[in-house]
Design a protein around this ligand. Structure first.
Ligand SMILES: C[S@@+](CC[C@H](N)C(=O)[O-])C[C@H]1O[C@@H](n2cnc3c(N)ncnc32)[C@H](O)[C@@H]1O
Length: 277
């Protein structure tokens, strides 16, 4: 999906409700968020959706209860501006997500730019779980030589594209959602990357990898545990992201056959780096 009608919703919520509210918007298919500080400890949140979303009871109760829904408007997504967005916040080099040239992106992408067209896929780079996965990937690739890399639940393809930017030559990706696969293929094109193998199911992947990454919700990570571990070479590593604080112990318990090397958090999200012995 490239063009078409996108919905933009503008909310006003108390600052302390911002985190959970944004998490909920993302879980309903939000492609990106822009926040603005308001007076009286309030935040204005502009949320971009690919189509008319069904807003959850939580969002409605949150907004109605506090009567902070200031406006609900739909406009053409293309009229919104897409400023570069940090994918690896707080570290150098700073990799960033930029829009395609037809959506006000740079005419020539820089060495640390990843072009992502907002579409029907998770992975605009604005979500903490993607940033955490990116930070782990960047740190790992700076310290280790990675011959081959597998991105499970590739969404927009953002982590595969970062892996490419980091110099990893052999990249495979798996995504079950056909819209997300279309979006990823377009993003690979936009970034002039032709060699990433994109598959529909983890079962189609035969080889094992130096590094496997999966930024997927915790219940799915647990469900895919055996398959994920089987795809890691002996001595290889697995990065997991997409885990909220309450799920940390469940993940640790499920993946305890691996050696936990590093954990990192960003806001309420957590990621893990494991090694297979
Ligand atoms: C949270 S998004 C992550 C997207 C991107 N990798 C990122 O980091 O922003 C998770 C993705 O995993 C995909 N997914 C869920 N279950 C999967 C499975 N069993 N196999 C492959 N992909 C899966 C979803 O369709 C979704 O696109």
């Amino acid at each position: 999906m490239t063009q078409g009608s996108y919905q933009v919703f503008v909310f006003q919520v108390p600052s302390q409700a911002q985190e959970s509210f944004q998490g909920e918007l993302y879980s309903m298919g939000c492609l990106g968020l822009v926040e603005k500080e308001l007076e009286n400890d309030q935040k204005e949140i502009t949320a971009y959706f690919p189509a008319e979303p069904t807003l959850s009871d939580f969002v409605w109760s949150q907004t109605l209860k506090t009567k902070h829904l200031i406006q609900l408007q739909a406009k053409d997504f293309k009229s919104a501006s897409f400023d570069p967005y940090p994918l690896t916040p707080g570290v150098k080099p700073l990799y960033q997500v930029v829009a395609p040239p037809d959506l006000e992106g740079p005419k020539q992408a820089g060495d640390y730019d990843i072009i992502i067209r907002p579409g029907m896929a998770f992975g605009t780079g604005r979500h903490e779980s993607t940033q955490l996965a990116s930070l782990q990937l960047l740190d790992f690739a700076q310290k280790h030589s990675v011959k081959n890399f597998l991105d499970v639940g590739s969404g927009s393809g953002i982590l595969s594209l970062l892996a490419h930017r980091l110099g990893i030559k052999k990249i495979s990706a798996v995504e079950i959602d056909p819209d997300a696969r279309d979006n990823a293929l377009e993003n690979f094109d936009l970034n002039h990357v032709t060699h990433i193998q994109l598959k529909k199911d983890l079962k189609e992947v035969e080889e094992t990898f130096d590094l496997v990454i999966a930024n997927i919700i915790a219940p799915t990570l647990i469900q895919l545990k055996e398959q994920l571990i089987n795809k890691v070479k002996t001595g290889g590593h697995l990065i997991l992201s997409g885990i909220v604080q309450e799920e940390i112990n469940k993940i640790k318990e499920s993946f305890k056959v691996l050696k936990l090397i590093k954990e990192q958090s960003l806001k309420e999200w957590q990621s893990f780096l494991y090694q297979k012995s």
